[in-house]
Design a protein around this ligand. Structure first.
Ligand code: ATP
Ligand code: MG
Length: 807
């Protein structure tokens, strides 16, 4: 035990060792909060708590995976196997699948993503004949989401402060839309992201036995980034831990950055009232960053009124100042950043993955992408339009969703007439009317027209019947085939493949590539699980569950590649990099224009910059541009008001321009007048010297069309994405922006141990740990072993694939 705890300082160690009740660790960035959680779990395991009795909730699945790996390194893979770890959404969606019936769902429920939710809201607004200029679907959907996250349900919404808060002209109907929205989700056997939390709360609230089962199971609950939990998340944690008090949460109020999505900083502020016996721990020493970075970040955050006072200091090197590098344009900003990456990489013998470029909004990535392509700097973009949100991928997954859960309305609407099969909008309208009238799903109507007559002609009924047969056929096969077999058949037999491969225009070529990449990821998903030797194959439903919960950060893998990371500041939470560029530090970008009106929101923006700066270990470089292309026009901005919040003792201004010797460079003295040490007069937009004197180079950008990055590959000749060239193409796509979810793992040759395996042998499996062989069935290629694992239960393994050794 000692050896583990030696890696901690005294305050961290005390926090790890104290397990006598509710525990709150509040500390600044980089002070080891996540480390304390990780070591505490290792400590609990060493003390004898079983891994499946520990629940750790993290902000991304990636963070959970990393934490699991570290714990396995500390206590051994076996000891760490079976830990419950993941995001709130992933942990509780698994519980809901098991307990679905208790809340009137089937366990095959699908998960609606944000675009499904918005589309449903939009349809409802249309059906209710409401004006979608007043009831904007996106904002109504956000309103509903916020209400859910505060556990304000449709039945109480109309009476709540929420309804009073709605703009007067929208008051009467939001609550009606909300009610219908929930009914429709239920009829569709679907849950949106918020439902995964709300329904968990309701499940525990209404079923004492179920709740008790999970209280007994999760004997210790740990939460990272507690400052960004919302009301319902806190309520669930409370249901699970109030009776036991075995809870440890860590967080930093100064890093609360998800208020706009309903996160509630009060959860951390009120924790001690919620759990009266709480012991509070503080960590003060930052291990991540140089003294200058820590001091600069502290000087910035001091300008916020609402915060828990705390000390953060670093004993690392003093390091260099933060550097502010103003640029003329977004284009020049990208050049400055790329030059710096090359310079620092060379002088410090670093890797590309030591650099991160952090921006306020995803759209800022484009200028950097262009420049990096020109400069041959490998990069990876995190977030943005997810691979799974692309039209062709959504179409395919909509088919999968209907096959797994035919009641899924959003998926069914998407594919009922795609590819075109003569079921037009009028028919769909009629089906929806019947479904709404009878209070059943669209699928119930079209699959049982004798029970729910649809007022359409005979030929339309025949086409609907053919569609139902198609889906039913796959549903039957789904039980016997793995996710890849059935998934591939659906693409071929639905006509999607033919549709996408019919065209040779560049957009369709890109679609073909995406489809191939998608199929590759599906195959890898199945193979990776087969590699574990499990006889039970991965079904289409398993695959959908896996992809539905990917967050911005999880959707891209292959972190081991040496690439510069580009992401929003929100996505960078919890991460660290030797060099960080915080770009686009201008009014109207950072702070976001949406926050300008309220101190509360401005404080959240300031915390966001605090998060950005504190990701840096050695270098933190800030940039801003005088003009940039936004929404198709050239805009002029003043530097962000936050720059002057940073104490000039820790920040220096440097013109990056002479680095690459542009003829149009501004003189150093001009730079000073804008960013003079006192930063006087720079924060008001109208007072900007930039705005009054737009730089002459601005005109050149007007004629500069923004090049789009077009996929450079040749059209695939075959219609079948499974053609031999498909694999080759996948392999060639090394530089692709989108990586398959699960990478190809080299296929596993039969273990030599299989031949000798007998009943009664004790084996150690790579993933499931130590277990006893109960039975062997079949022989040769088909030999299967039934093994009772000590910690992970009884499993059937196909010996051809299973990775294990006899112990
Ligand atoms: P954030 O607020 O950004 O989430 P955090 O408080 O969770 O940060 P960690 O990520 O746990 O901080 O730690 C920051 C860095 O400092 C990590 O690289 C971690 O390994 C290192 N670190 C923390 N404590 C120690 C220690 N006692 N000895 C050595 N390194 C440490
Ligand atoms: Mg952390």
């Amino acid at each position: 035990m000692e050896d583990i705890l030696d890696n901690l300082n005294d305050s961290q160690r005390t926090a790890v060792e104290w397990c006598d009740g509710p525990q709150l660790v509040i500390a600044g960035a980089g002070s080891g909060k996540t480390r304390v959680l990780t070591y505490k779990i290792a400590y609990l395991l060493r003390k004898g708590l079983a891994p499946w009795n520990i629940l750790a909730l993290t902000f991304t699945n990636k963070a959970a995976r990393e934490m699991k790996e570290r714990i396995a390194n500390l206590v051994g893979t076996d000891r760490a196997r079976g830990l419950h770890m993941g995001t709130f959404h992933s942990v509780f969606s698994h519980i809901l699948r098991v307990e679905a019936e208790a809340i009137g769902y089937q366990s095959s429920f699908t998960i609606y993503d944000q675009s499904d939710s918005r589309s449903l809201v939009k349809n409802i607004i249309k059906e209710m004949d409401l004006d979608d200029k007043i009831y904007k679907p996106a904002s109504v959907a956000d309103r509903i989401s916020m209400a859910k996250n505060h556990l304000v349900l449709p039945q109480t919404y109309a009476m709540s402060a929420w309804a009073k808060d709605d703009a007067i002209r929208r008051q009467p109907s939001i609550s009606a839309i909300y009610k219908r929205y929930c009914e429709r989700c239920r009829q569709s056997n679907a849950m949106d992201f918020d439902d995964l939390l709300v329904n968990t709360f309701m499940l525990f609230d209404a079923n004492e036995e179920v709740l008790q089962k999970y209280i007994d199971r999760f004997q210790y609950v740990l939460v990272d980034e507690y400052q960004d939990t919302n009301y319902v998340q806190q309520a669930i944690v409370s249901q699970l831990t109030k009776p036991t008090g075995r809870i440890c949460v860590v967080g930093d109020d100064a890093q609360s950055i998800y208020g706009f999505r309903g996160a509630n900083i009060d959860n951390i502020l009120n924790f001690q009232q919620e759990y009266p016996n709480t012991r509070l721990f503080k960590l003060e020493r930052n291990y991540r960053s140089t003294q200058n970075i820590v001091d600069a970040a502290n000087s910035l955050i001091r300008h916020n009124q609402r915060q828990i006072p705390k000390t953060v200091y670093s004993k690392n090197d003093e390091g260099e100042h933060l550097v502010l590098k103003p640029a003329y344009s977004d284009k020049e900003e990208a050049i400055i950043v790329c030059n710096d990456i090359r310079r620092i990489r060379k002088t410090e013998n670093g890797r590309y993955c030591d650099f991160a470029i952090l921006y306020r909004t995803n759209s800022q990535s484009r200028a950097f992408e262009e420049q990096m392509l020109k400069d041959n700097i490998p990069y990876r973009i995190y977030g943005g339009l997810s691979f799974y949100q692309r039209k062709e991928i959504k179409d395919v997954t909509a088919y999968y969703r209907v096959v797994v859960n035919p009641d899924d309305e959003e998926a069914l609407r998407r594919i009922i007439n795609y590819p075109a099969r003569g079921i037009g909008d009028t028919t769909l309208r009629k089906i929806i009317d019947v479904a709404n009238h009878d209070g059943v799903s669209l699928w119930s109507v079209i699959s049982q027209p004798h029970l729910h007559p649809i007022p359409v002609g005979k030929s339309t009924l025949t086409r609907l019947d053919a569609f139902c047969q198609l889906i039913e056929g796959w549903r039957v096969r789904m039980a016997a085939e793995d996710a890849y077999e059935i998934g591939h058949s659906i693409i071929m037999e639905s006509g999607i493949s033919k549709e996408i491969y019919a065209s040779k225009n560049p957009d369709d070529v890109a679609r073909q590539e995406n489809l191939e990449e998608f199929l590759g990821s599906l195959k890898d998903f199945v193979e990776n699980h087969r590699e574990e030797g499990l006889v039970e194959q991965m079904s289409l439903a398993d695959y959908l569950q896996d992809v539905a919960l990917l967050t911005d950060l999880d959707s891209e893998q292959g972190d081991e590649d040496d690439r510069v990371a580009l992401m929003t500041v929100h996505s960078a939470k919890g991460l660290e990099f030797p060099t960080v560029f915080v770009v686009g530090l201008e009014e109207n970008i950072f702070p976001s224009p949406m926050s300008a009106g309220s101190t509360r929101e401005l404080e959240e923006e300031r915390r966001l910059l605090y998060v950005a700066i504190t990701r840096a270990e050695r270098h933190c470089i800030l940039t801003c541009a005088q003009n940039r292309w936004r929404y198709g026009k050239l805009e002029y901005d003043t530097p962000s008001r936050f720059i002057k919040d940073i104490d000039t003792r820790f920040l220096r201004v440097e013109s990056g321009r002479q680095d690459y010797g542009r003829a149009e460079s501004l003189s150093g003295s001009r730079t000073k007048s804008v960013y003079g040490n006192s930063f006087s007069g720079q924060s008001s937009r109208s007072g900007s010297s930039w705005q009054q004197n737009p730089h002459p180079v601005a005109s050149q950008f007007k004629a500069d069309p923004k090049p789009r990055i077009v996929a450079p590959r040749q059209p695939e000749s075959s219609v079948d994405p499974l053609s031999p060239s498909f694999r080759q193409q996948l392999q060639n796509a090394g530089g692709s922006r989108f990586k398959p979810v699960n990478r190809v793992v080299s296929s596993n040759s039969a273990s030599s141990a299989t031949t000798a395996l007998k009943e009664g042998n004790v084996i150690e499996h790579q993933r499931f740990g130590v277990g006893t062989v109960l039975r062997i069935d079949g022989s040769g290629e088909n030999a299967k072993a039934t093994v009772e694992f000590r910690n992970t239960g009884t499993k059937q393994l196909l010996l051809k694939f299973a990775k294990f050794k006899i112990v």
